[in-house]
Design a protein. Structure first.
Length: 268
């Protein structure tokens, strides 16, 4: 039985960045919600820096900035309407046979920068190969990753892979997602990385409010939400980006020296 879809939810999300740079720097920020099962009713940017938006190859909304030398400040805020705000849990959902996968989903079975199913394939089949294929197998992966990793702020960096996190036994939310995705792909289950906002009025992680990472798997012809960090259904996820892993949905991509000196995320 699936958890019921809740009534539509209105939520306000936003973030503030302060940067320092010794020279003019071009950068890309991904903070604006996607338009998928969610509607951006209104949004605003507050900054003195020139900027414009575009959509990347994965359908994510990106904002290009040109920051001047010295201090730059960016504030973003959006009012979002979620048509189906609750995570839907559907035990018994079967896997989609490889031969029936849409061509565009094959990429989510392959190794990527941070997700290494070729390196953890033997481990994946030994641990989860005997579990019922489909929802139960993915949930077994989520349960294992949730127990395997301890959340430790600052324990990983922009180069940390799923294999690194697996051996270290610790990480932050993106590391939980990368490791779970790696195991899913090793078992021929398409899996993709997701990041966005989680509101303050739902059960929160132990860490200060920040952007959150989770993942989606393709089962029985559609994508389903899983969260190895929290390992429980949540209400009010606002999706900002989807991709193969965190490299496709980087919060900040700077083409030059740019130091983040202040950072705040709001959702609720």
């Amino acid at each position: 039985m699936a958890y019921p879809r809740r009534a539509p939810l209105e939520i306000t999300v936003g973030c503030t960045f302060v940067f320092q740079s010794p020279q003019p720097v071009s950068a890309v920020l991904q903070v604006a919600p996607r338009e998928h099962d969610q509607h951006v009713r209104a949004e605003r940017w507050e900054t003195n820096s020139p900027h414009h938006g575009y959509t990347d190859l994965y359908g994510n909304r990106c904002e290009r900035f040109m920051f001047a030398a010295g201090m730059s400040r960016v504030v973003y805020e959006a009012e979002v309407s979620l048509a189906a705000p609750a995570d839907v849990v559907v035990p018994g959902t079967p896997e989609t046979p490889i031969g029936d996968l849409p061509d565009e989903h094959i990429a989510f079975l392959m190794p990527s920068r941070f997700c290494l199913p070729d390196m953890l394939g033997t481990e994946a089949w030994e641990r989860f190969g005997g579990v019922l294929p489909g929802w139960e197998r993915v949930q077994a992966i989520v349960d294992f990753v949730h127990q395997r990793l301890d959340w430790v702020g600052g324990s990983s960096n922009q180069w940390t892979t799923a294999l690194d996190s697996y051996h270290a036994g610790r990480g932050v939310c993106r590391d939980y997602a990368h490791l779970a995705i790696t195991f899913c792909r090793a078992l021929n289950i398409p899996a993709r990385y997701v990041f966005g906002y989680i509101p303050d009025d739902v059960p929160a992680p132990a860490e200060p409010n920040d952007f959150a990472a989770w993942f989606e798997v393709y089962l029985d012809g559609q994508w389903h939400t899983f969260d190895a960090r929290n390992n429980r259904p949540l209400v009010g996820r606002v999706v900002v980006g989807r991709g193969r892993d965190a490299i496709d949905v980087a919060l900040i991509t700077a083409f030059g020296p740019l130091t983040l000196t202040e950072f705040e995320v709001r959702a609720g």
